[in-house]
Every structure is written in C-alpha cells, then in structure tokens.
Write a protein that binds this ligand. Structure first.
Ligand SMILES: *Cc1c(COP(=O)(O)O)cnc(C)c1O
Length: 402
C-alpha cells in the first residue's frame, strides 16, 4: 500500500452526507480499482529494517499489523469520520467491543459512571455488573429526568453514557442537556447512536464527546456481519482508545470492514425508506383496537416529541408497541406474521420483530422491565425494505390472531 493515494483533491467533508457515504475515505491502490479493495492480510512487508523501525515508532505512518491498522478498515473508519463530522475513529469487531472500550478504556478503579437505565441489554450489563467488579461504581438514572442526572453526578464521575432513542422503548433523551450536566461536572458524554443512525442524529454536534455504533445494525443493514466503531476527537482516540484496542485486540476484520463500506454506500437510501415505512405502519397500528400503546419518534404523540424535533432530523426505522393480552397475545401476533421475521437484529433490509421481555431484556427482573416500560405484550418492530403495503397487510392479518 505504499503507493496508496487519495484520488480526489477535494476532501469529502466538502460534500453532503450522501456523497460522503459513497466517496469518503477511499484509498486506491496502484491499480486504480473502482470499488474499495479488500486487504485480507494479517500484516505488511517492509522495504527495509529502517522502514520497519520507523513504522513501529510511528515516524512512518504506514500500516503495521491488522490488529490495529489495515487499509480496508482504515477506509471504513475514515468514511465514518467524514459522515459523522468526527476527528477520528476506531473500528471494532462488534458494537459491544466499541461500547465496552469507549466506556472502560479511559477509566480506572475509583472512577464513577452515570448512565441512563434504558439501555441495550449488554450495555446495561457492562455498566451495572462489569464495571463495579473493577472498582468503577455506576449509577443508573431515568434518562429523561435531568434532575436525576444532576443528582447522580459525583466529584469522581468521569463518564456519562446514554442511548437515544432507547432500546426497545424508543424514549428520547435530551443529548445537549445531559452533555451540559456532564461537562459542568467534569465528565465526558458518550452516546450510543445505533437507533437514531448517523442519518437522523449527530450527537457530537449536540455536545457529546464520543459516539459509538454497532455497525451490525443499519450500517451493514443486510444481516451479514458484526462490527462497531468509536468516533471522537483525535485527543480522545489517541489518549484513551488507540492503545487499548491495539494491545487488547478486539479488531474489526478487513472482510467485515469491506462489507460495511459497501453498506455505507446505501445507508442513507435504506434508512430513509425504512423510516417512511415505519412511519406509515405506526399510523396504522396507533389506531388498531388490539394495541394499547404505540411509541414512534416522529409522531406528535411521542412522549418527548419536542426533543425529537430539537435533536433529530427524522423519525425512526423502529416502532415499539404493546399488544393487549400480554405475552400470549404478543406471541400469537409474532407467530402469525408471515413477512416480518422473528429475530433480534434491527436496521436490516428484512423487517424484524422482537419480543424484548423474553429475549434482549430477559436478564432483567419483571419489576425492572416494568419500570422501563417493557411490558409482557411489548413488541419491537424494525422496518425493512419491503413494500409498506405488504407489511401493513401482514400486521393487520396477524393482529386478528392476537
Ligand atoms: C446491537 C446493539 C449494540 C451491540 O452491538 P453488537 O454489534 O451486537 O455487538 C449496542 N447498542 C445498541 C443500541 C444495539 O442495538
């Protein structure tokens, strides 16, 4: 890759997001390939012992070892940097590797973390169970109660963590207000932006210090592979993330980086189409007699509709709704759906339904689930790329069996 060069003199920052998603970060080899090259290599060969030494000391910026630098992975990182408007990024093997690294790497025993309690199940495990085992205490708060965030802050609070909209109940947290509370207390704010996607929400512009994604979700969007990414300032990545990833090794495989690069090319098209479908289905379900509650960011009846308007550019590819009749009715509905598949991915081109109480959030006690609004009849729907009328017909027919 010594002859790699960036093909265009105009940085892709100068273009709109859709353009950045196609051209951002491309490193072309001497062959001038159209599509991003897949560098399935563990490492690199040096022209001389001196060059090898310079790579190891960092004086030569070339690639070294695919545990921490690989041209295909770098293209993915750079495309994400340009899309998100971050200064730097590091890709990881999974979304959980990104979340765990972003939270754990900058901390040490004696530090304290404040996080919103409505979190993806594994994120909650990291904050609630894992960190305390290493002497890092954590406090969970109700994400949309700013007083609780304020009261939970301690002199040793170093990190605040939230996701918005939340999984699976699609609550929305005021990112700039929490960022202000965090910064006043000398802490950083990390936002898990999976549900919003980079298309609809930019946490860094709202005051967050770092953003994490599970690239497994909308970024791949076609259910093929796992991946994650941490985006932040150059200082944060250099000081806290780079060495941790380099030495502990949760690296993204070049193959997955290549798949994800191709996924990014269509991200905007897919997310916009999925959002339109979800919005249309939400309007139908909201009026359905067998549904007792529906949450959709983008509808005026969303509990935090004003914050949605303030911090998001669009609604959501996901809907949350409660079927009357609890678990039995929810299961009858899931089993009667023909098109929407029972699975636990989201952001996929295939529509997916999930029953959080028995899957992603089964680790929690029924009381904690109730507190989070995850009832026994609650279903999470992730809109795919099917025709929306087929999905509306599928749900209408399935709900008759509820
Ligand atoms: C899926 C998900 C993760 C974890 O990502 P993996 O790629 O499955 O490790 C983290 N946060 C949220 C909000 C998610 O939906």
């Amino acid at each position: 890759m010594s002859e790699a060069k960036v093909p265009s003199s105009k940085p892709s920052h100068a273009y709109r997001p859709e353009t950045r998603l196609v051209h951002g970060g491309v490193l072309r080899s001497q062959y001038g390939e159209t599509s991003e090259a897949l560098f399935l290599t563990q490492g690199f060969i040096y022209e001389s012992a001196e060059q090898c030494e310079a790579r190891f000391t960092g004086h030569d910026p070339g690639f070294l070892y695919s545990r921490f630098s690989n041209p295909t992975v770098s293209m993915f990182e750079q495309r994400m940097v340009e899309l998100e408007g971050a200064e730097a990024a590091r890709a990881t093997a999974t979304g959980m590797a990104a979340v765990t690294t972003a939270i754990l790497a900058p901390l040490r025993a004696g530090d304290h973390v404040v996080a919103a309690k409505a979190l993806f199940g594994s994120c909650r495990y990291v904050v609630e169970d894992l960190l305390p085992r290493y002497g890092i205490q954590s406090t969970l708060v109700d994400g949309h109660d700013l007083d609780q965030w304020q009261k939970a802050m301690k002199p040793n609070t170093k990190t605040c963590f939230l996701e918005s909209p939340t999984n699976p109940t699609l609550d929305v947290v005021d990112i700039s207000a929490v960022a202000e509370i965090a910064h006043r207390g000398g802490a950083r704010l990390i936002v898990d932006n999976v549900f919003a996607t980079p298309i609809w929400q930019s946490p860094l512009a709202l005051g967050a210090d770092a953003v994490v994604y599970s690239a497994t979700k909308h970024i791949d969007g076609q259910g093929r592979c796992l991946g994650g990414v941490i985006l932040s300032s150059k200082d944060f990545i250099q000081e806290h993330i780079h060495t941790f990833l380099r030495q502990t090794g949760p690296a993204m495989s070049p193959f997955n980086a290549w798949v994800l690069l191709k996924g990014l090319e269509t991200l905007s098209l897919r997310v916009k189409a999925q959002t339109e479908t979800a919005a249309a289905l939400a309007d139908v379900l909201a009026k359905h007699p067998k549904i007792s509650r529906l949450v959709y960011p983008g509808r005026s009846d969303h509990p935090q509709a004003d914050i949605v308007k303030k911090q998001m550019r669009g609604g959501s590819t996901l809907i949350g709704f409660e079927v009357k009749g609890g678990k039995a009715a929810a299961f009858r509905t899931l089993n009667a759906l023909k098109l929407a598949k029972i699975s636990n991915n989201l952001g996929d081109s295939k529509s997916i339904v999930t029953h959080p109480a028995t899957t992603t959030h089964q680790r929690l006690t029924p009381e904690v689930r109730a507190e989070l609004g995850i009832g026994e009849g609650f279903i999470r729907f992730s809109a795919g790329l099917e025709h929306r009328d087929d999905l509306i017909e599928d749900f209408t027919a399935a709900l008759e069996k509820a």
